[in-house]
Ligand binder design. Structure first.
Ligand code: GLU
Length: 468
């Protein structure tokens, strides 16, 4: 049984990189009928916030990345880490270190001055025949891992291939801090073991931690999971993706009017592909995905491609769903879309041309609130024959059957009777009704707006016509 996990630290929002890691780890479990475990690594008490934790959970839920177990919280497992650290001390794999912060800083300072790489010098590390100093009174020690000094550690990363590190490169890392809270590396090891994780799929910023974690797992006699380190995501300029490149928080995309399936589809394409498939469902992704196919080069974030995908998904989306999604966006503009045109029908009309829900709201806005054109903009679109034609049309609109077909006929007849092209009355009519010439086809637009509202708007804008 495959068990993968996502182990975010609640020290910020769920960003694009984290969400992509979660997606790959989740998809791997789903593909193999395994389980996906969520673990909150909240041991950095200064930086962890409840707000961030909630944003992460909400982001995962919005994307549909459901978990089978958890969330587990590291801060609720302190007793367990203490127990395992104790066991390592008893088996000689760990030891107490009483060196103070100042002492360690002085040690590193001296190493740097000698041109050496700063590392713990093993002053409290027990060795056969070595006389350790007496523990200073009143000092609570940390617990350090007694890392092997010889040999090397090799693992086969599903994405990066073989990774080998000499043990001489690794110093005796702290497992437990003096305050009884585990370090990142120790918490991860105990948790991955306890939670039966078979596949650790995570960002490659952790690849250097893996040999240390493997050493601790070995000391515990625990099975070694399979590792896959996912390369990072770069912005369009080749720099590490950050706020400078626009939205990087998953929930910000929701705020900006993206559909979760579009973002998920886009995330899947960051460093992974299936032939030239750009748009695919999450089921297809699960079916096609293999973590071994993830590129070992960094992926580049392309906002335009995400927007393109979003547009495709909006075009296909159910109009009733879009109607629900657009409501909060309209509310931001102060519009409660009740009593106006039917919102679902309106979405059906507008969805072919919107890249985001926000754009849908902008396009819908004019159906709920009239904005008047400037007299000048209107005048530019008028010919000598237009005002009489519009006057006649206004009369016709009071009685014509209110369907797209008969409205279309009425517009055509009116243009013909006055020797005008359809656009010559269509454009000023749009300006009068909506304050803009950019609307979908007039027949359906008028049909949706309704007779009463159309006539009300015409009456409102009419004084802007010259000679009226
Ligand atoms: N908590 C770590 C992070 O957010 C992830 C650790 C892991 O996946 O092993 O970077």
């Amino acid at each position: 049984m495959i068990r993968s996990r996502f182990a975010p630290s609640p020290t910020g929002y769920l960003h694009i990189g984290g969400a992509r890691t979660a997606l790959f780890s989740w998809a791997y479990a789903r593909k193999h009928g395994g389980q996906f475990i969520l673990r909150i690594e909240d041991t950095d008490q200064e930086r962890s916030t409840l707000e961030s934790e909630q944003a992460i959970l909400e982001g995962l839920k919005w994307l549909g990345l459901d978990w089978d177990e958890g969330p587990y919280y590291q801060m609720q497992r302190l007793e367990r880490y203490r127990e395992i650290a104790q066991r390592l001390i008893e088996t000689g794999w760990a030891y107490y270190c009483y060196a103070s912060r100042e002492e360690l800083e002085a040690m590193r300072e001296a190493q740097r001055a000698r041109g050496e790489k700063p590392r713990y010098d093993g002053r409290w590390r027990p060795e056969p025949g070595k006389q350790l100093p007496a523990p200073p009174p009143g000092v609570t020690p940390v617990i350090r891992f007694r890392n092997p000094t010889e040999g090397e550690i090799t693992f086969h990363d599903l994405i990066k291939g073989h990774v080998t590190v000499a043990n001489a490169e690794l110093d005796d890392l702290v497992l437990m801090r003096a305050d009884g809270i585990p370090t990142y590396n120790f918490g991860v090891v105990v948790d991955d073991w306890d939670m039966g994780i078979t596949h650790v799929i995570r960002g490659d910023d952790h690849v250097n931690n893996t040999p240390r974690q493997i050493n601790i797992l070995k000391a515990l006699g625990a099975p070694i999971p399979v590792y896959a380190h996912v390369p990072m995501i770069l912005g369009h300029d080749g720099e590490r993706l950050s706020k400078r490149h626009g939205a990087v928080s998953v929930l910000q995309y929701r705020e900006d009017g993206y559909l979760p399936e579009a973002l998920l589809n886009y995330l899947a394409r960051l460093g992974w592909g299936h032939g030239d498939a750009e748009k695919f469902s999450v089921q297809e992704f699960i079916q096609w995905f293999d973590v071994a196919d993830v590129s070992h080069a960094a992926a580049r974030f392309d906002a335009a491609k995400l927007t393109w995908l979003n547009q495709q998904y909006i075009k296909e989306a159910d109009a009733a769903r879009l109607a629900e999604l657009v409501r909060p966006f309209l509310a931001r503009q102060g519009i409660v879309p009740d009593g106006g045109p039917d919102l679902t029908a309106l979405m059906g009309l507008l969805k072919d041309r919107a890249a985001t829900i926000e754009e849908l709201a902008d396009a819908a806005h004019i159906f709920f609130r009239q904005s008047l054109p400037t007299a000048e903009a209107l005048r530019e679109k008028l010919d000598a024959a237009t005002v009489p034609a519009l006057t006649a049309l206004r009369t016709t609109l009071a009685t014509v059957a209110w369907s797209p077909e008969s409205l279309n006929q009425a517009l055509k007849d009116c243009a013909k009777a006055h020797g005008l092209k359809l656009g010559q009355i269509g454009i000023p009519l749009r300006l009068l009704l909506f304050g803009t010439a950019q609307t979908p086809s007039l027949d359906v637009t008028l049909a949706l707006l309704g007779r009463e509202e159309t006539l009300r708007r015409l009456a409102q804008a009419w004084p802007l016509l010259p000679g009226t």
